[in-house]
Design a protein around this ligand. Structure first.
Ligand code: G3H
Length: 496
């Protein structure tokens, strides 16, 4: 059970502590922030409401700890990460339980998130050992006007303190996808978890504590965004920000100083379906891509653009599969569970009502109880409807019927987002042309969008983000290149 056994020390009464300087602490504010269970809509957990003074202290210790961590051999950093990964997997049950209660993620998916996170940490340790274990060697005489009098040695060095801000939908996995690359590269790490997902994050951080990482190297600070949000992201002690979430990322990018940013801010992933597509395969992928975790994934299929000639058949196939989705409690591992908050459910409902008022065809009856919204396929959606462009982050999927592939590409590219997209066709030549034409960070051919496997590059263009993630790219992003140039008095040629 969360907060018990190996995790007993992370909680004080009914409030979870924050983690700083290698210890679990209570905030001097004496205040807490409640975490509402999306299913019951009642406060389920409480976390510390940390103060700006506590943020300052965390930044100081993070800076000091980073200096000695950067001198820790790479193989030792990797060894500790492997240890943390093993401990995380060993304790998957209480962490998954917190995910079920805080974000209503279905029980099995919650366990999968924790296991995937352990695998990510281990892979990152391995990749870091290889990637950071080598640099480059350049000679000067390849550039016109130079003789071979200069040898340039480059290596990758840490940035300093990395601030990691993961979102509610993958609080553990999208936290470790920032923590592990930062640490293997020799950085220290300050984690600000989302409020919903904070308790799962605190448990995950305790696994790093149990693995005996040096004091102050990792901190986890909880609290209200209004109190510590801007203070953290604009803090002069922060040398890099890795953020996943919504529009807040755009605001952060405008306020942050001259530091590297890694941002993933959502998407409106288009699924383009051609006449020759295998409609059974498309329908299965639309269900998986559009409705898993109730559509609360940045990579969810968020608009289907289907050729008119096959639209009736596809809509029927998807409708049949929607009817089989189970709706209810995350504890019972239902496919569709309550969305994260009442305001989120209200927003989704607003999009549905707008589509209804403008004449979309409802393939199911719209049904909502509290935060639980039944899966809904909206056919014959037109570009004047909000759902054609906005991200519901819920189990509602619009279908737009198109007369040509160009029309589909045009709709995809007219979006402010450009995270992922997918195209279904048996013609690989057409698929390649469409992929090249789509303004998206990734295009999947004959499968739904997805971030994983976690070592694949993952990036958005336009309002979907800055930079590229995936294990290798994140390690690279959290380092900078350092050169040392050896200047020789006379040209020297190998074996010359
Ligand atoms: O919500 C954003 C995540 O990065 C999506 O990850 O494709 O593994 O669900 P996923």
């Amino acid at each position: 059970m969360a907060g018990t056994g190996a995790f007993a020390e992370i909680v004080d009464g009914d409030v979870f502590k924050y983690y700083a300087d290698g210890e679990w602490k209570k905030s001097s504010s004496g205040k807490s922030v409640g975490i509402v269970n999306p299913s019951t809509r009642k406060t389920h957990y409480k976390v510390q409401a940390c103060t700006q003074e506590e943020v300052n202290k965390v930044m100081e210790t993070a800076k000091a700890a980073q200096k000695s961590w950067a001198k820790t051999p790479l193989w030792k950093r990797a060894e500790l990460l492997h240890k943390a990964a093993a401990i995380l997997k060993e304790h998957k049950s209480p962490i998954a339980e917190a995910l079920v209660k805080e974000i209503a993620k279905p029980a099995k998916d919650s366990v999968t998130e924790v296991v995937r996170s352990g695998d990510l940490i281990s892979y990152c340790a391995e990749e870091g050992v290889r990637l950071l274990g080598q640099g480059t060697f350049l000679v000067s005489d390849s550039f016109p006007g130079n003789e071979r009098t200069k040898y340039c040695l480059t290596s990758k060095i840490p940035l300093g303190v990395v601030l990691a801000i993961p979102p509610f939908n993958y609080p553990v996995n999208l936290a470790v996808s920032k923590i592990a690359p930062a640490l293997i590269a020799g950085n220290s790490l300050v984690l600000k978890p989302p409020t919903q997902g904070a308790v799962a994050c605190l448990h995950m951080v305790h696994c790093f504590h149990l693995a005996n990482f040096p004091k102050g190297l990792i901190s986890c600070i909880t609290g209200r965004g209004s109190e510590i949000g801007d203070f953290l992201t604009m803090h002069p002690g922060v040398n890099c920000i890795s953020f996943t979430g919504g529009d807040t990322g755009i605001a952060i990018s405008k306020k942050a100083g001259m530091i590297p940013l890694q941002m993933e801010l959502g998407g409106k992933d288009a699924c383009i379906v051609l006449e020759d597509a295998d409609l059974g395969l498309v329908a299965a992928n639309i269900i998986k891509g559009g409705f898993s975790y109730s559509g609360q994934r940045c990579t969810a299929v968020k608009v289907v653009l289907v050729m008119e000639s096959v639209a009736d058949a596809l809509v029927e196939a998807v409708k049949a599969k929607v009817a089989k989705l189970t709706v209810g409690a995350p504890e019972e591992d239902c496919d569709i569970t309550p969305v994260v908050s009442e305001s989120s459910a209200n927003f989704i409902e607003g999009l549905v009502m707008d589509a209804r008022d403008k004449g979309a065809t409802f393939c199911q009856e719209y049904k909502r109880e509290g935060n639980l919204i039944w899966p809904l396929l909206l056919d014959k959606v037109r570009p004047d409807m909000r759902i054609a462009w906005e991200e519901p982050f819920g189990p509602v999927l619009p279908v737009i019927r198109i007369g040509s592939v160009e029309e589909g590409i045009h709709h995809c590219n007219a979006s402010n987002f450009g995270l992922q997209g997918c195209v279904f066709t048996k013609d690989i030549n057409k698929a390649m042309l469409i992929s090249d034409a789509m303004e998206s960070g990734t295009v999947q051919i004959n499968s739904a969008p997805a971030r994983g496997p976690d070592h694949f590059p993952f990036q958005g263009i336009k309002d979907s983000g800055i930079g590229s993630q995936g294990i290798t790219n994140s390690i690279n992003m959290m380092t900078k290149v350092k050169s040392t140039v050896i200047n020789l008095p006379t040209p020297s040629y190998t074996m010359g």
